[in-house]
Write a protein that binds this ligand. Structure first.
Ligand SMILES: Cc1cc2nc3c(=O)[nH]c(=O)nc-3n(C[C@H](O)[C@H](O)[C@H](O)COP(=O)(O)OP(=O)(O)OC[C@H]3O[C@@H](n4cnc5c(N)ncnc54)[C@H](O)[C@@H]3O)c2cc1C
Length: 446
């Protein structure tokens, strides 16, 4: 079977490693950071579980739950159908993802709907429902080609065309921005529609945070996982993989391998491969774009958002975040009962700018913006800030088609397997799915 090197011990890399490990293969995972898990990493600060990257899983995440099952971690899952708020006209419209909750609060739900949308939006809302039902079978995070007809139009243009500007600004944009940390002009209609469709049946997490999945996979592969190890180049002889070059102080070291699974982000993969692959392939990888997020987390006394899990804030408000969440309501293991954990997701150009701000300036700006709609928001007990220069792959118009061509072109290169969220509709599900798939491909070709 030979030796496999996995570049990156993040979401997809760990899934690939676990797949190889279960088959008894010879492999090693090289991770540049001092922690594994990538964008599903979590940590605990003052007894509060912080999800630094991904926040929840959708019930439709097939590969994710298959992995959870294999890891015997099903009993750690918690499903939640939370209350959400969207702020418009100085009013917080609240809705529950659980229809029964809405029915038992009819006045609150009706008032919310009336405040959120005027006549134009209200009349078009049923059209949106019908479109989702018509497209349902095509919206698949693991198989983006099913939605290829929605690849070449932005989510903004698609929404405006079929549902009108009001739904774009007060429903589609706040939801899509909270999930992608980009704006509807940057993402394809295929991705935007899939995000909204996947959200409807409810959300899941683990009792002690999303990072639990990264921890469990890391534990299984720990003997073959090397942290603080940066891969500089993937080495080929002709069209056959020979191994990787890693940084070793000022020098480089060569590690021989028959297969390389590269789970670095697309533009990073472009750099690792630029000496070996034709420009046409490198250009596709380099052109794949990501949102940024300066992710701000506050430990707070009490629960300042009440029963609400997520508040989405339409961009017309000019706030630096697309939304904030109260993570303590997700599961009881997140925080002590008298504490809240508020996450603010800065997005789009706000987030890109803030990557270079000081922690103090970021904290001040985020608190100022929260207090615009929640004036009594308390002084935080602690603040944690994590900067993601690349937060979520945006799946810009044309990406699905371009990645499909890339997959075909890569078949000529023996031993090279690219993986990660950008292979599907970007999400931890797609990362895990294509991670497992790359491991299976190595096993099948050896
Ligand atoms: C704030 C935020 C919120 C999110 N919310 C959700 C959500 O609620 N639900 C959801 O499904 N998704 C969510 N996502 C997206 C999800 O986290 C990602 O789509 C997914 O985790 C990406 O997995 P990946 O394997 O492609 O990349 P990663 O998990 O980032 O893994 C890539 C790894 O490769 C390593 N690496 C890169 N280059 C090298 C190199 N040269 N040498 C060695 N190692 C290298 C990196 O350090 C990293 O560990 C969110 C992301 C963020 C940032």
């Amino acid at each position: 079977m030979g030796k496999t090197v996995i570049v990156g011990g993040g979401t997809a890399g760990l899934a690939a490693a676990y797949t190889l490990d279960r088959a008894g293969a010879d492999y090693s995972v090289l991770e540049k950071r001092d922690f594994s898990g990538g964008r599903i990493y979590g940590k605990v600060v003052q007894n509060s579980a912080l999800d630094l990257g991904a926040q929840f899983m959708f019930t439709r995440y097939a590969t994710t739950f298959d992995l959870v099952d294999k890891l015997k971690a099903k009993d750690q899952l918690v499903k939640f159908r939370p209350w959400m708020g969207i702020y418009r006209n100085d009013y917080m419209s609240t809705f529950s993802m659980n229809m029964l909750d809405n029915l038992s609060h009819p006045i609150e739900s009706a008032k919310g709907a009336l405040n959120l949308l005027g006549w134009s939006g209200r009349l078009r809302a049923p059209i949106m429902g019908a479109k989702f039902l018509a497209l349902a079978r095509k919206l698949d995070f693991d198989d983006p080609l099913k939605a290829i007809e929605l690849d070449n139009i932005t989510y903004a243009d698609y929404t405006r065309k079929f549902f009108g500007s009001e739904i774009l600004e007060y429903v589609s944009q706040p939801v899509a921005s909270t999930l992608s940390l980009g704006i509807p002009e940057e993402i394809s209609a295929a991705y935007g529609m899939a995000l909204a469709w996947y959200m409807a049946p409810g959300l899941l997490t683990f009792k002690t945070g999303i990072g639990y999945l990264a921890e469990r996979m890391s534990e299984e592969v720990k003997d073959n996982l090397k942290l603080n190890t940066t891969v500089k180049k993937i080495i080929f002889e002709g069209k056959k993989v020979m191994g990787v070059e890693i940084a070793n102080g000022d020098k480089s070291e060569f590690i021989e391998a028959d297969n390389v699974i590269c789970s670095a982000l697309a533009p990073q993969a472009a750099v690792l491969l630029e000496d070996a692959l034709p420009k046409s392939i490198i250009d596709v990888l380099a052109s794949i774009k990501y949102s940024a997020c300066t992710h701000v987390m506050f430990g707070v006394p009490g629960r300042p958002l009440g029963k609400i899990y997520a508040v989405a804030t339409p961009r017309k408000l000019g706030l630096c975040f697309s939304g904030i969440t109260e993570n303590a309501v997700k599961a009881s293991g997140y925080a002590p009962p008298d504490r809240g954990i508020i996450h603010a997701f800065t997005y789009a150009d706000y987030a890109r700018d803030m990557l270079n701000w000081t922690d103090e300036d970021i904290k001040k700006r985020v608190l100022r913006d929260i207090r615009i709609f929640n004036p009594s928001f308390p002084e935080p007990l602690f603040t944690e800030i994590f900067r993601w220069p690349e937060a979520v792959c945006l799946c810009m118009p044309g990406q699905i088609g371009a990645v499909q061509k890339l997959k075909v072109a890569l078949r000529e290169y023996e031993g090279l397997h690219l993986t990660g969220e950008y292979m599907g509709l970007p999400s931890m599900e797609a990362a895990l799915h294509f991670g497992v798939q790359s491991g299976e491909r190595v096993l099948a070709t050896s």
